[in-house]
Write a protein that binds this ligand. Structure first.
Ligand code: URA
Length: 239
């Protein structure tokens, strides 16, 4: 048995919070009866309708995807560019990405049809670590990297403390490879952080998300998350 609002969110209708509102507003029926009680539990055999439309109860599925560059983190694109869901032709469920990576960023992104799970992971208060590898133009000094770690001023405010490691540098080409771990998820944040220091990002890849990494996958490939990994992510988001 699951809570009604969770089942509605899982079906991809809306977020759990909005599902609660729909229930309270009398817009949800279970087996033909209007239910306004938030704690109501339902079983897989119960028929649920939202505004008179039966919800599709999909089995929740979870994948780890290695997004290549040149792919939009969306389920469709007006300009006809490749989108992340194009890499899952065999999956019947309506998948969507948890958060986004820029068109020109590669790396780890979680794909699911579980709206509730996605909303929880994306909530800023849970501060899930995201580890990026950036190739930047120029070679930042130790002091500049320390500043980056402490937090730097961007046009939407100061960044939270981050972990920064210089992995390697190429003096001839004047480039550096830097690992940056942040838990915020502002738009183009990593690129903007390096730009603010004066070192434009030439290449960006997300290698880690919570406990997850890209081991065993090539760009464009995916694998299902294990039930244990799904649990671990949920735990990260409650601790
Ligand atoms: N930061 C960026 O600048 N781009 C991404 O895709 C992710 C984080």
């Amino acid at each position: 048995m699951e809570r009604l609002q969770k089942v509605i969110a899982q079906a991809g209708v809306t977020s759990r919070r909005k599902a609660e509102k729909l229930i309270q507003d009398g817009q949800v029926k279970v087996n033909g009866e209007t239910i306004t009680e938030l704690g109501t539990k339902v079983s897989p055999s119960d028929e649920i309708e939202v505004n008179g439309v039966p919800i599709d109860k999909e089995e929740p599925v979870y994948f780890l995807f290695y997004k290549p560059t040149g792919v939009i983190s969306s389920v469709n694109d007006e300009k006809g560019r490749k989108v992340v869901t194009d890499f899952f032709p065999e999956i019947e469920q309506r998948l969507f990405p948890v958060g986004r990576l820029d068109y020109d960023t590669s790396g780890l992104i979680i794909m699911t049809n579980d709206g509730d799970f996605a909303n929880v992971l994306m909530h800023p208060k849970f501060e899930i670590d995201k580890r990026y590898i950036a190739k930047v133009k120029g070679i930042p000094s130790k002091r500049e990297l320390r500043n980056l770690a402490h937090g730097i001023e961007l046009d939407d405010g100061k960044t939270a403390p981050a972990k920064v490691k210089l992995k390697s540098l190429d003096k001839k080409k004047q480039t550096a490879i830097i690992e940056l771990t942040i838990h915020e998820g502002r738009n183009r944040q990593v690129r903007r952080m390096f730009e603010a220091l004066g070192y434009p990002v030439e290449k960006l890849k997300r290698e880690g998300y919570g406990y997850l990494d890209l081991k065993g996958l090539n760009a464009g490939e995916h694998r299902p998350l294990t039930p244990h990994e799904v649990k671990q992510l949920r735990n990260l988001a409650v601790t």
